[in-house]
Write a protein that binds this ligand. Structure first.
Ligand code: SF4
Length: 296
């Protein structure tokens, strides 16, 4: 019998393992086969004498085949896909982010891939940032340029970052979904659930001290809470990326604060003062001082 796994079976196994990893399941156990792998089809054929025995024998033969298929997983060197995400084996966040981007590939995991996206917008900024901003999803400008927060909302975010006394290059910026929702609609729940494991991995790679969730979609996705912005703002949350281990034993999660999305602030500039209060809370946590005469 050939010792090569059928490509479809290999693909199905790899997909299943990838799914489990995204659900936070890393450990796999092999159940011992009920029938010895040395049992041959000829030996099996010698046994049955009744219909019931034949049925049991068919089940046993099937079990043998399944056990052999599992055993061949090791033979076929498919075990690398059974290990945790590749980025966990590297200490350097630049390499870790590169590995996550490679794993994302030309993603078709959710329906946003076929709803007019021009490109995937992964994330940008300092891979070792202490401060990370998480938005909702790319808009038209981001879709064209392949970078988050580059349109009008991005200009306002840049101003907010500058008001904190730092530069855009000092922070890391990403979104919950990496493909533009058509017409800039809010990403749907299944889209957020499908894409956000990659955001969680980015967070675990960057290992920030503080995350600022920009707007309700980012806050609700990261915190798995369905509260209003009024309820979510004004305090810190202890945050750990869902279902993930970090490659750094010294990083045990971070603080998370919620503020308004810059696009909302463009529509309602009266709330800029409230957003500035949120950022001042973050600055205090990070030991930062605003430059003189700067404001949001
Ligand atoms: S939004 Fe995320 S999960 Fe959906 S297709 Fe784009 S990259 Fe993949």
């Amino acid at each position: 019998m050939s010792h090569t796994l059928h490509p479809d079976l290999r693909r199905a196994l790899a997909e299943r393992v990838r799914y489990c990893h995204e659900m936070g399941i890393y450990d796999f156990y092999r159940r011992e086969p009920r029938v010895s792998e040395s049992t041959t089809a000829a030996e099996v054929d010698d046994q049955p004498s009744t219909f019931q025995e034949q049925r049991e024998e068919m089940a046993a033969r099937k079990s043998t085949v399944t056990a052999k298929a599992v055993a061949k997983v090791a033979d076929e060197n498919i075990l690398p896909v059974l290990t945790p995400h590749a980025e966990l084996s590297v200490a350097d966040p630049i390499t870790a982010l590169k590995l996550i981007r490679e794993d994302l590939g030309d993603c078709t995991r959710c329906k946003l891939h076929k709803q007019g996206r021009k490109q995937i917008v992964f994330g940008v900024g300092n891979p070792r940032a202490e401060l990370m901003f998480v938005g909702e999803g790319p808009g038209a400008d981001e879709d064209i340029q392949g970078e988050p927060f580059v349109g009008r909302a991005g200009q306002l975010l840049n101003n907010m970052i500058r008001a904190m006394g730092i530069r855009r290059e000092d922070v890391y910026i990403a979104n919950v979904v990496k493909c533009r929702p058509p017409g800039n609609r809010t990403p749907e729940r299944d889209e957020c659930e499908t894409c956000s494991p990659f955001l969680m991995r980015q967070i675990a790679a960057v290992k920030p001290k503080v995350i600022v969730a920009l707007g309700a979609t980012a806050a609700k996705t990261l915190l798995a809470m369905n509260s209003s912005m009024m309820q979510l703002r004004g305090r810190f949350y202890d945050f750990k990326p869902a279902g993930l281990r970090s490659n750094d034993p010294n990083w045990d999660g971070c603080k998370l604060a919620v503020t308004y999305h810059p696009a909302f602030l463009l529509r309602d500039p009266r709330q800029k003062g409230e957003a500035w209060k949120d950022l001042q809370m973050v600055m205090k946590e990070l030991g930062m001082k605003a430059p003189a005469k700067e404001n949001a």
